[in-house]
Unconditional design. Structure first.
Length: 410
């Protein structure tokens, strides 16, 4: 019997993915451990390996198409099998095409005729989206996915057979924005990454009680020390202001560990390791690779690791363990000339530091007023986990490290 190849969950929270490229063709021999395909998730492009020897008999999800986690995307012919065993094959042993084409009795209308999309129905997110678009009533379907889960192909077959809820389309239209008078525009379809960003930030801003703390940091000594460290270094090896900021964040977390925490409904999780998520802008959206045990690493090590992670992020080559987790986030828009801003917390973390551009401002030096480079920072805090006093203590520790940069090197 041929072996069904299903799309595994390649990262935490992954619900579906795009098959970016098949590296094996139908009829080609496959060895266990060989890369079958490249899969594009909402975070990165990752390789998907075969777990058995055989011949790739049929590709069910072509390159460029999206599939749900646990959906059958291909079929592997095992030793002694040939393509003839695939005659009449359907994923998961579902009914044949002839059976599917038979008339399907439309579900009876409810007293209030609204399509049922209850969370109690076992259906993949992609299947739910397609059902909403096509007006298919999920409550009348039998799923061909694992444990009877409704997947995309079940919805598409039902739509072809006429199992449509009569008022699903008006419900979808009611949520559409009013585009009257906006002029010409180009429609850019949402990527998986953009959908994930939208979902997570909406969740954060509407469910996490944010409060904000601001501080101005005099970075005159930091700039002088940076110039001294970078003297004679190749451009690619130079220490950036952001590297100092990462180190100052790590040191402040070591001094005020109560800020290194995660909220759950059962308990506050006090994290023992200091892992910092650093926001990196990519063509597909924002991603936050993680610097692990940042307090235990030198400024130079943090700098080289951050450069490598940022390059992999922009190329879509980050592995799940390189962007999952982290206890504290850092977002720096200073290089774009932004003076200050308030960032949205990255759940389940409790804090994110937003860093603005340094600019010459009047500061006191003894009895004199002089101009010095000053950098504004804003700490966004989850008040469920971190109280105002703790946030203020952390920000004071960060400011002390930035303004006395030699302390970051010892």
């Amino acid at each position: 019997m041929p072996k069904e190849i299903t799309l595994p969950s390649l990262s935490a929270g992954m619900e579906d993915a795009v098959i970016a490229n098949w590296l094996k063709a139908e009829g080609e021999a496959v060895k266990a451990g060989e890369t079958l395909a490249e899969v594009e998730t909402d975070k990165a492009t990752m390789e998907f390996e075969a777990d058995a020897d055989g011949v790739l008999g049929r590709i069910l999800t072509p390159a460029g198409e999206r599939a749900d986690v646990n959906a059958v995307i291909a079929v592997l012919l095992l030793d002694g099998e040939d393509a003839s065993v695939l005659d009449g094959y359907t994923p998961g042993g579902a009914a044949s095409a002839e059976t599917v084409e038979a008339p399907v009795e439309a579900p009876k209308a409810e007293a209030t005729p609204v399509a049922k999309f209850s969370d109690k129905i076992a259906a993949s997110p992609l299947a739910r989206r397609i059902a909403a678009q096509k007006g298919v009533d999920l409550s009348g379907l039998s799923g061909s996915g694992p444990r009877g889960r409704i997947v995309r192909i079940d919805v598409e077959r039902a739509a072809e057979a006429g199992a449509v809820a009569p008022v699903a389309a008006p419900v979808a239209k009611a949520a559409a924005p009013n585009l009257a008078g906006i002029g010409d525009y180009e429609e850019i379809p949402h990527t998986g990454m953009r959908r994930t960003i939208a979902r997570r930030l909406l969740e954060s801003k509407t469910t996490v009680p944010h409060f904000y703390l601001e501080a101005d940091c005099n970075i005159e000594a930091l700039m002088a020390l940076r110039a001294q460290i970078n003297e004679g270094r190749e451009k690619a090896d130079r220490i950036s202001v952001n590297d100092f900021i990462v180190k100052a964040v790590a040191n402040a977390l070591a001094k005020v560990p109560a800020a290194n925490a995660i909220w759950t409904d059962e308990a506050v999780l006090q994290l023992k390791s200091i892992d910092i998520s650093v926001a990196v802008a990519t063509d597909g959206g924002l991603i936050t690779p993680v610097l692990r045990n940042a307090d235990q690493k030198s400024l130079g090590t943090l700098s080289s690791e951050m450069k490598a992670l940022a390059a992999k992020a922009r190329e879509g080559r980050l592995k799940p363990d390189e962007y999952q987790g982290g206890g504290f986030s850092l977002s720096n828009l200073g290089m774009y000339g932004v003076k200050s801003f308030s960032a949205i917390i990255n759940p389940p973390q409790s804090c994110i530091l937003a860093v603005g551009a340094a600019e010459k401002r009047p500061v006191g030096r003894g009895d004199q007023i002089v101009l010095a480079p000053v950098m504004s920072v804003t700490l966004s805090v989850d008040h469920r986990t971190v109280d105002g006093a703790v946030g203020a203590q952390w920000l004071a520790a960060f400011k002390a490290g930035i303004e006395s940069p030699m302390s970051l090197l010892v």
